[in-house]
Design a protein around this ligand. Structure first.
Ligand SMILES: [Zn+2]
Length: 568
């Protein structure tokens, strides 16, 4: 019996580990393509040649660095057979836009030098506008936004190598962006080609690596998401993600339709470390896939008129695909999840496996974890950033080694919650079904709360909840009398549910961690506890041979990471 428990614990542990590995893999950008791929494809290696050409020194508008970059881009566009022009003017950013950006209201007008080129469409004057900014601040600006400039040049080259699009494609390299979006405002308010622009696609970088995420769109994005899902097989993003910054804000302010893409891990932009050597070619490749596939798709679409369909819910499922459905589905899905939960609870009481007191304790220990884990993470960060020299320097609020820090906080969160579960078992023996339903009750409540208050984030708990409730329903239904000995079929069902929960939630944890400010751990850690709550039966199976091994292992892992971080 004891030996069987150990075997089950190992099997479930391995299944969870594989799920974690696959879920993390989903968040990594695709491999960079070499310069040897056919000319109609986007190659990060070819794009990086352009970054080397422009990212040599800081380049605010008017500086020698800017002039070099501007001349380089003009030369490359001419080499493609295009007739680029420079829009030289001054521009003032409207006060309402500055207020939206949180910028000082008295930002002075600035000199603008935009580089603009046009690939003529074969059928219409209507145009897709690709945007990146040419200037950089305090840095060689390889990633921010040399990457965007290179993505536009390599995309233009690849488009040119294929059949010409029906609609035009306009390339806009703005300057300045870093000091207040004057370049974008000048193009929008003063350039005649703005009349032709039907769709804007912006490329910028808030970091040196990471997946290229769809960070913003114009409002009422039903059509935009539908078309992007059709066109772009590497589309990455969720309806729960926040708003990006950059030139796209100006286009959105003036009512244009479009997308903004951004990669933002390792936030050493705006420092001398934003160099070609430090950026990740895979992130450039990911940006390039979006740029080329969307330019081709929209360039040949019948109509570029955005019907302004309502916002959908959307997210990636591992590397298997991009899911999107109307927001009107959120409440029906939530009702199915809640009914599923109610069914499991009813079944549990009928089989006499649940007790109200046990469920209450299960819910209590879960809520204690939900409150204490983010508090622990915040206090530890406050302590760490004072003690570890490498953590006293942060970039845009982020510690130098984000993944190490995330692993550290994952370890402490797992350690703390596992400790609470072990402690409650010491005070009073609570059955695995009671602990499970206690945690799932909170998950069901969260699903209702999301559906009502934050429908765009509802998918995070709803799908994980549904699969977990189904698996536990099967477990309750198919067990004869011993609810602590799991059959192979039950283990498979629980492993599948865990796989769905981890695949849905772990990428969200990573994304919200990467998007948060360094002292604001609450959201990622709370989602982490929520994920651990969906995994209560699996974690209980793992800790059955000895309830202290998991918290002990997690505390030791956290301590080891701390030593590694201290060593730099
Ligand atoms: Zn930028």
């Amino acid at each position: 019996m004891k030996k069987q428990n150990i075997i089950r614990a190992i099997v479930v542990f391995v299944a969870l580990a594989i799920a974690v590995f696959v879920a993390i893999d989903q968040t990594l950008p695709p491999d960079a393509l070499p310069a040897s791929v056919p000319g109609t494809e986007f190659s990060a290696e070819r794009a990086i040649v352009h970054i080397k050409g422009i990212a040599k020194e800081p380049r605010l508008v008017g500086s020698a660095g800017f002039e070099n970059a501007r001349d380089y881009v003009m030369g490359e566009l001419r080499a493609l057979g295009l007739s680029p022009e420079i829009q030289m003017t001054t521009a003032t950013v409207p006060a309402e836009l500055l207020a939206q950006l949180g910028a000082p209201p008295d930002l002075p007008p600035e000199e603008v030098e935009n580089v603009i080129a046009r690939i003529e469409g074969t059928e219409t004057q209507e145009a897709i506008l690709l945007v990146a900014h040419l200037d950089s601040r305090n840095s060689p600006g390889a990633s921010d936004d040399g990457s965007g400039v290179a993505v536009l040049l390599e995309t233009a080259r690849a488009l040119h190598a294929g059949p010409p699009p029906r609609h035009s494609v306009i390339l806009l390299f703005t300057g300045p962006e870093e000091t207040g979006l004057h370049g974008a405002v000048a193009f929008i308010t003063k350039h005649p080609w703005i009349e032709d622009v039907k769709l804007v696609i912006n490329f910028d970088a808030g970091g040196l690596t990471g997946p290229s995420e769809l960070t913003s769109t114009s409002p009422d994005k039903g059509w935009l998401i539908r078309e992007a899902a059709k066109a772009d097989s590497s589309l990455y993003g969720t309806s729960a993600s926040g708003e990006g910054s950059s030139d796209f804000n100006a286009f959105k302010f003036y009512g244009f339709t479009g997308y903004a893409f951004d990669y933002s891990w390792d936030r050493r932009i705006h420092t001398p470390m934003d160099t070609v050597e430090n950026l990740n070619p895979a992130s450039i490749q990911h940006q390039g896939y979006h740029a080329l596939s969307l330019a081709r798709h929209f360039g040949n679409l019948d109509s570029l008129e955005d019907p302004k369909d309502p916002n959908p819910i959307y997210f990636n499922i591992l590397r298997l695909g991009f899911v999107h459905y109307p927001t009107t589905w959120v409440i029906p899905i939530m009702l199915v999840v809640v009914l599923g939960f109610a069914g499991v609870v009813a079944l549990g009481f009928r089989r006499k496996v649940l007790t109200p007191a046990g469920i209450g304790l299960g819910a209590l220990v879960y809520v204690i974890g939900l409150i204490t884990a983010p508090l622990l993470a915040s206090s530890l960060w406050a302590l760490l950033s004072n003690v570890i020299p490498t953590y006293q320097v942060t970039y845009l609020g982020h510690a130098p080694n984000e993944m190490l820090l995330l692993t550290f906080f994952t370890s402490t969160t797992l350690a703390l919650t596992a400790t609470w579960y072990a402690l409650i078992q010491k005070v009073r023996q609570v059955s695995i079904p009671d602990l499970t339903i206690g945690a799932y009750a909170i998950l069901a409540i969260a699903t209702v709360g999301f559906a009502i208050a934050m429908p765009e984030a509802s998918f995070i708990s709803a799908w994980a909840g549904l699969f977990c409730f189904l698996a536990v329903g099967y477990w309750f239904y198919s067990t004869k009398d011993d609810f602590e000995s799991f059959s192979v079929g039950q283990l498979v069902a629980l492993a599948l549910a865990a796989f769905v929960a981890i695949a849905m939630m772990l990428p969200i944890i990573i994304a919200s961690f990467m998007a948060s400010e360094a002292n604001d751990w609450f959201l990622p850690i709370a989602i982490m506890v929520m994920l651990l709550g969906t995994l209560v039966p699996q974690l209980q199976i793992i800790t059955r041979p000895n309830k202290w091994w998991l918290p002990a292992a997690a505390w030791i892992t956290a301590a080891v990471i701390l030593v590694l971080a201290a060593l730099g």
